[in-house]
Each structure stands twice: as C-alpha cells, then as structure tokens.
Design a protein around this ligand. Structure first.
Ligand code: ZN
Length: 508
C-alpha cells in the first residue's frame, strides 16, 4: 500500500509540474506574439496578462504543496534508487530551491531596479555617458551579491558560482577560468598572427543585394534540410531573433532580413534553427513539465545553435550543397562567386569593438572580457566607477585596439542593466562544447563531411538526438561532455577548429 501512496506522490508531482509548464507555455506564446504580430496599442493589456501569468507561475513554483510532494518523493527509495528518476527529482528540487530561496522583497526590488536601470542604460549608451549609468551598475552588482547570498555559495566556491546556477547549473567560475584563460591567450596570438601574415578574404560575396523574400525562401529550405519540423514550428521575423520552444509540437523561430549581407539572416536562421532542433528533440510528448524534457543549460543550448551556425554553416561542405540552392533563389546575385569564395568570405576573423557583430573567433574574446569584469565586480576587486578603464585596458591586451568610446566599450550590452550577471560565459561555453562534440561526431558519424556536401544532415541530427536531446536535464553539462567525448571540457577542440577554418581563408 505504501508503495502505491508514494508513487501517487510522484504522479502528483509530475502533474503539478506539467500544469505549471502549461501555464509557462501560455506565457511563452504571449511573449512570442508580443515580439512578432501584437499591435502596439495592446502593450498595456499584454503587460497585465504577462504579469498575471508570471504571478500564477511563481505561486505554483514556490507552493508548500509542491515542497511537500518533492519531500515525499525524496524519501521514497523506490524512486531515488532509479538513476533517471533520481536525476529528475534532483532537478525539481534545484529549481524549487532557487525559486523559494529569494525573498519576495528582493525579487520585486530586482525587477524594479532592473527596469529603471535598463532605461538609464539606454540613454547612457546613446549619449555615450557612463557616469549616468555608473550608480545603476553599482546597484545591480549589489543586488546580484544579495541574490548570490540567498542562493548560498557552494563549499570552496565564490558568489559568482551561485549566480551561474540559474544559467549553467553545476559550473563554477574557477572551472570556467581554467578553460577561458588558455583559450584567450591562444586566440589573441592566433588572431594577431592571421592579421599580420594572412591575406584578408574578399567579402564581396557577402555584399550582394538579395530581397527579403528570396532570403526567406532560402532560409526555409536550409531549415528543412537541417531537419527542423515546420509542421511543429514556424519561422517569423523580429527585430531581435530568438527561438522559443514553449510546448510539445510548438517551437517558434524568428530571424531578420536586410537586403545586404544575406549571410547575417542565413546564420541567424541556422543559429535559431539549432536551438529549435534541440527543443524539438527533447522528449516533451510524454514528459512535458519534467526536467527530463528540459534543456540542460544555456551553454548546451548554445552548443546546438553554434554547431549548426558555425561548424556546419561555415564549412566548405555546406557551401558545396548550399551555393547551388542559393543560386536558385537569388536570381544570379552570386553568379560571380564559387564555393571557395563563399567559404573564405564567411570565415573572416578580425578584431572589432561590438560583440554581437563579432566573427566566430574574436567573439570569444569579447565574452572573456565580460566574464573577467563581472567576476571582479562581484568579488569587490573592481568598483563600478572603474569599469571603463578596466575594460579599455583589457580590450587593448586582448584585441590590440584602443576603445574609442564607452558606447563601443563597456556600455554596449544590455545584460548588466537588468541584472544578467553570470550569463555571458554561456556563449563561449556553447562554442567550446560545440567544437568538442564535433570532433567526436566526425569519428562516430561515418562520412559526415561527404553527406554534408549533399545536404544530408539526417545522421548528424540523429546523433544529436540520441546523445544530447533525448536525455533532457538528466546529466549536468560537464558530465554529458565527458560521457560523450571521453574528456572534460577543453580549449583545444575549439582552437583546432578555428585554425583549420580560418588559416586557409587567409591563405595561410
Ligand atoms: Zn543562441
């Protein structure tokens, strides 16, 4: 009898989680609509709808009943002795603790200060006036410290680790530093070497004009070949592209078009498509609401998007297949260029000031700079007032360039203004995981490169489904990496990948 009662607790727990996830999917759909088709006049009503839902979701996620169901399951050995269920309970406990450890006052203060700080940041960036933003940055750092104190610092760790729990569960600042430091040193000298000794690729193929409709048709064809199920998803247009996988059978991608640099939209679509394939590959049909149907971390999510965007999309093999398809859509715009011209042009790597415009190689230096600065802020080794000087000095070391103004320096990103501290490293973790997975994929998927030349990506997707997507949140990111590749995360695969791609593009 007791077993029946206990398994009832597990069934009730999963029902509770599924209902909360259903509310979350409604919130997700409202959010998607707001970014795509919502008429401007609906903004106030939408804000009321979204905040009512957020309140309901928060109430359910922190309820005593949920806590009691978790505790009942945790004391049931039949459940905890099963490795998969134990992992499910571990993750449900983790998110319950994160949700309940923050006092309501602090949550409200963070939301209010964040929304004001974001307004100030906008003006400060426009006016290139760091002094205006400085007290708000100091506020946000203070709030982040208080948040970290509520979460609690792991034994031997630092406050930054507590913040990472929201984005990259189980990762620590020290581990990240151990991979980022050698990567940064090698990248800096590699980029310098390419700049000093190589011939920059001709970017003419990127500067042809292609109408939006042709780009959209081309993007849909690429997405279809990648295996993105358009009967269970959509591709729409927004100012800031994103992917939202809110419910079983419903994964929405967005992209944006300009008539120049069609590759920005192409790679944006492939990037969001990679996120979308992960969402479609999670076992939501029968496990929606359980962590076993959730993504592992932002870093692993980003590994999926970067893999399709960069490892696949910037390869010569991809262009062998994609160039003739682009030609069918682009009415001769690319006639003057061959596969090698395309491949070289999309592998340009040169230092620049703005992170979101950076190429595949230099991008990671932008991330490292932010990681170092926010960690120093959190530790109290750096004051908000000294951020511009610290930023510019480190930028010079990493990129060899003098930052002309704060707008193109420490004021460029929105993240810190709404309290996203500990988020930046997940971008580079994504690149690192993607490159490390890729080396294993090339060993385990026979003839992948020749299949890519035919646009046959099915075996690659099947590998990702089996090794990564199907597990949901069962494993931690580092654990999954060791399981799949046999090694802990390292800077080596990403460096090898970049050298192999970028040197030939520069004739080296
Ligand atoms: Zn992404």
């Amino acid at each position: 009898m007791t077993t029946m009662t206990r398994s009832k607790a597990h069934a009730d727990l999963l029902d509770h989680k599924r209902d909360t996830a259903t509310l979350g999917s409604v919130a997700g759909l409202l959010g998607w609509d707001q970014e795509t088709y919502m008429p401007g006049a609906a903004a106030d009503a939408r804000a009321a709808q979204s905040s009512m839902l957020a309140g309901l979701i928060h109430e359910r996620s922190t309820s005593e009943r949920l806590g009691a169901l978790i505790a009942a399951c945790e004391s049931d050995e039949d459940l905890t002795s099963d490795a998969q269920t134990a992992a499910e309970l571990r993750e449900i406990r983790r998110s319950y603790d994160l949700a309940t450890k923050l006092p309501g006052d602090l949550v409200r203060e963070m939301a209010e200060t964040g929304s004001k700080a974001q307004q100030v940041w906008k003006k400060a960036r426009e006016g290139n006036d760091f002094a205006q933003f400085e007290p708000w940055l100091a506020n946000m750092v203070d709030l982040a410290r208080r948040k970290a104190a509520c979460y609690g610092t792991p034994e031997g760790g630092e406050a930054y680790d507590a913040l990472l729990e929201e984005y990259e569960p189980g990762a620590t600042a020290r581990e990240i530093e151990a991979v980022f430091t050698p990567l940064g040193e090698r990248l800096s000298s590699f980029i310098q070497d390419v700049a000093d000794n190589g011939t920059p690729p001709d970017e003419a193929p990127l500067n042809v004009k292609v109408p939006d409709t042709a780009q959209h048709a081309f993007g849909l064809e690429v997405l279809g070949a990648m295996g993105f199920d358009l009967d269970a998803g959509r591709l729409d247009i927004t100012a800031h592209p994103f992917c939202s996988g809110f419910a079983p059978g419903d994964t929405r991608l967005t992209t944006r078009y300009r008539d120049e640099r069609f590759t920005d939209a192409l790679y944006g679509t492939m990037h969001e498509g990679g996120h979308g394939l992960y969402e479609q590959g999670l076992p939501k049909a029968d496990k929606f609401g359980s962590p076993l149907a959730d993504s592992i971390s932002l870093g692993i999510h980003e590994s999926q998007s970067r893999m399709w965007e960069n490892l696949v999309g910037r390869s010569r093999q991809f262009w062998v297949w994609a160039k003739p398809i682009a030609d069918t859509h682009f009415a001769g715009a690319l006639d003057a260029f061959g596969v090698d011209d395309m491949t070289r042009a999309v592998n340009t790597a040169k230092p620049s000031f703005i992170r979101v415009e950076a190429d595949e190689a230099t991008y990671n230096l932008h991330v490292m700079l932010r990681f170092e600065i926010e960690r120093a802020l959190l530790r109290g080794d750096l004051e908000a007032a000294d951020v511009p000087a610290a930023w510019n000095a480190r930028f010079k070391e990493l990129f060899g360039l003098d930052v002309p103004d704060d707008r193109r320096g420490c004021l460029q990103d929105v993240h810190w203004s709404f309290g996203l501290i500990g988020y930046f490293p997940t971008y580079t973790l994504g690149n690192l995981y993607a490159a490390q997975f890729w080396e294993t994929i090339l060993e385990e998927v026979p003839d992948l490169e020749s299949k890519m030349e035919r646009g046959a990506f099915g075996d690659l997707l099947a590998w990702l489904r089996e090794k990564i997507h199907a597990h949901g949140k069962r494993y931690r990111a580092g654990e999954l990496c060791e399981m799949i590749t046999g090694k802990p995360l390292s800077a080596d695969p990403l460096m090898r990948h970049l050298e192999r791609r970028i040197r030939p593009a520069y004739g080296l």
